[in-house]
Design a protein around this ligand. Structure first.
Ligand SMILES: [Zn+2]
Length: 332
């Protein structure tokens, strides 16, 4: 049993309380490799933003859970080296699929876990989430539950269509399970292709697809039921068109990629939404930078010469999200 406290990590409790009260949201960035982690920590340290490092099931398979855990431990020390005296860094399991997965992460130093029982019948979701909460709270590890189903594909999590969270269920769910935060479905979606062109309208000025707005009425109804309770949005990448354009310009084929407009996330950040998950945008930033290097310098074969620019581009993206979208800068 390794306690996250010995690794210099923190859980989400205080962080979320301050974010809800302060009208901002904490960035939850997924990471799979060193360059991504470096970019996240550099961005968080430079802006003094609390940050949640997320590990998905796919990341655990790709990079190994043990290695990722030591990388997170190293990240705390790296943050201090960058001059961030008291780094507020959470190591969080994204989309935990079973009690065993959550337990194994808690036992090896994660400070927060998500148990995703959203695909289960309601009572089974309650029972599973409660079991994880009872285990996690013994070690002061915080737990995120989920009600409602997001559309889209994220690693192995996928659903054809979304089902909004039912506001009439949230009080019962939170009370019975004791979870510390709740992921809800109000129209965000996993992946870089969040909406079909048919679901969007066309902006005649830019020729871009404009996705349907988030269901802020559902969010307001949930907030009314659970005043001040920390709410989480998954699938909240914006799919920056300049990155998509760069990818397509240099040989890529991402034709109808559409994300959540940043002004909608800015609005959500000011509500009880206190954690916003961003994964696809960082993938796009990385891919755009690598493609550009390969297109302009076909003779390049030193990984540092293309992963370095990828890291720079991701860092720029993370800083933009922190300062211009979530408002979490200078909060840690
Ligand atoms: Zn998710």
């Amino acid at each position: 049993m390794i306690s996250y406290k010995d690794l210099g990590l923190v859980n989400t409790r205080e962080m979320f309380k301050k974010a809800v009260a302060g009208g901002y949201a904490i960035p939850a960035f997924n990471f799979n490799n060193m360059e991504q982690l470096q970019a996240i920590i550099m961005a968080a340290a430079e802006t003094k933003s609390p940050v949640i490092l997320q590990v998905s099931k796919g990341a655990r398979q790709y990079a190994n859970q043990t290695l990722l855990r030591y990388m997170a431990e190293g990240a705390v020390e790296y943050a201090k080296e960058l001059g961030w005296e008291n780094p507020q860094i959470v190591l969080h399991l994204d989309h935990g699929d079973s009690f065993e997965t959550c337990k194994s992460c808690i036992d090896m130093g994660f400070s927060s876990v998500m148990i995703d029982g959203s695909h289960l019948p309601y009572e089974e979701n309650v029972a599973l989430t409660k079991k994880v909460v009872e285990y996690a709270h013994q070690f002061d590890v915080t737990v995120e539950g989920e009600l409602g189903v997001l559309a889209g594909v994220e690693d192995e999590v996928s659903a054809a269509e979304s089902h909004y969270t039912k506001p009439e269920e949230v009080v019962d769910f939170v009370t019975k399970t004791g979870c510390d935060s709740l992921a809800i479905s109000i129209g965000t979606s996993h992946g870089a292709f969040k909406f079909t062109p048919e679901q969007c309208t066309l902006d005649p000025q830019t020729g871009r697809l404009v996705p349907p707005p988030l269901a802020f009425d559902v969010l307001a109804a949930i907030e009314e039921q659970l005043p001040g309770f920390p709410i989480v949005l998954h699938g909240s990448s914006s799919v920056p068109q300049d990155e998509v354009d760069t990818i397509n310009k240099f040989g890529g084929a991402l034709k109808a990629a559409v994300g959540i407009p940043e002004e909608q996330l800015r609005k959500a950040s000011k509500s009880a939404v206190c954690k916003i998950n961003i994964d696809s945008d960082s993938r796009l930033a990385m891919t755009a930078a690598v493609r550009e290097v390969f297109a302009n310098k076909p003779g390049e074969f030193d990984p540092r010469k293309y992963l370095g620019p990828a890291r720079d581009n991701m860092k720029k993206l993370y800083i933009h999200k922190i300062k211009e979208v979530l408002g979490s800068d200078n909060k840690a």
